[in-house]
Design a protein around this ligand. Structure first.
Ligand code: GLN
Length: 206
């Protein structure tokens, strides 16, 4: 049985859990360090990154989560989750998990466009465009050399200059600036479960 933890301190963890169940994976809600035992993967949902980072400290989860990431357990952050995983964040008064070599700016798409949707080309998911929902999303300002860009905003997007990365991967760490847990298309969840399966196979698990 694959065990996927969903950080359940705040934000839209229930939506992630619902998608996992649709894919026949029973999620594990993570609220305290003992919930991290034997996880094959972890999802950090959308919500409010300042609250996540504050609560991770209050619940003594910060160091155990860093340990999990250092051990290479596949982890996926969506929107606020992307911020929580980023190495550098402008305007955040708490430490992140520093697991992904990107720099993000919070709420940088501008007030008028707090939320928007875009059809993305994501070669890793196949030919069909992926309809992505952005809600007060972070802008990825810089991407380190070891980071693979899986999708960028299309050119001509009215929000900011096209070409801005919105889905990235560094080894077993995945991050999307948008919310796949809020749409019907399960391809990003299946893509993440593929990373989890590959990691399990490499470690010799059944
Ligand atoms: N703006 C939020 C933050 O800075 C992220 C919003 C979201 O997850 N939808 O954490």
């Amino acid at each position: 049985m694959t065990r996927i933890g969903v950080l359940a301190l705040q934000g839209d963890f229930l939506e992630h859990e619902a998608v996992l169940r649709r894919l026949n994976v029973e999620p594990v809600e993570v609220r305290q360090p003992s919930d991290l035992a034997d996880l094959d993967g972890l999802i950090v949902p959308g919500g409010e990154s300042t609250t996540f980072c504050r609560l991770m400290q209050e619940y003594s989860l910060h160091e155990p989560l860093r340990g999990l990431l250092k051990a290479g357990v596949p982890t996926w952050g969506t929107c606020a989750g992307m911020i929580v995983l980023a190495r550098r964040v402008s305007d955040l008064p708490f430490p992140t998990l520093e697991a992904l070599d990107i720099e993000v700016k919070r709420n940088a798409y501008g007030r008028q466009v707090d939320s928007f949707e875009a059809d993305l080309e994501v070669p890793a998911l196949g030919e069909l465009p992926y309809h992505a929902v952005f809600i007060r999303a972070p802008v990825v300002a810089e991407v380190g050399s070891g980071v693979e860009v899986l999708a960028v905003l299309p050119e001509g997007d009215p929000v900011i200059a096209g070409g801005s990365p919105v889905a990235v991967r560094q080894g077993n760490v995945l991050a999307t600036a948008f919310h796949p847990e809020l749409t019907e298309d399960t391809r990003f969840h299946r893509y993440f479960l593929g990373i989890v399966d590959a990691a399990r196979r490499r470690s010799g698990a059944k």
